[in-house]
Design a binder for this molecule. Sequence first.
Ligand SMILES: [Zn+2]
Length: 174
Amino acid sequence: MNAHPHAASRFCMHCGGRLARRTPPGDALERLVCEGCGFVHYLNPRPTAGVIPERDDGRLLLVRRAIAPGFGEWAFPGGFMDVGETAEEAAARETREEANLRVEALSLLGVYTRATAGVVVIVYEGRALGEGSAGSETSEVAWFRPDAIPWDALAFDTTHRALEAWLRRRGLER
Ligand SMILES: [Zn+2]
């Protein structure tokens, strides 16, 4: 997913002053601190939400990503939350956008972190209503049997970990 919006910032979002790496008083870590107004630009992880949709025949849907990172690789639908929506709503919206698919009966599967990327992934499982098709940011959708998940072509380690949890919940193994 995208780099953090502040990670490469050189100027203060408030006064336009130059940012410097400095450890503020009472803090333990270096932060981006404005040399003009002193504002500290904290780099907090950003939450994303996604769904592993399941069909009545036990297959799960993955999308092939048409954007970086993970271009050409498989992931479940998901993306950054917008202000004003719940995690469930964000997960369902991303599934509509990326897979043209509606989902219902969302149930929390797990919460996973890509620490270096500063991303927290909230993953649901849910029942698919329809077949879906490629949407924005995806080139293809496909329904995989649990024993045919493309482990060597998954986009993120969080994709791996969530799919492994999905299998465990069904008494299956990779
Ligand atoms: Zn400033």
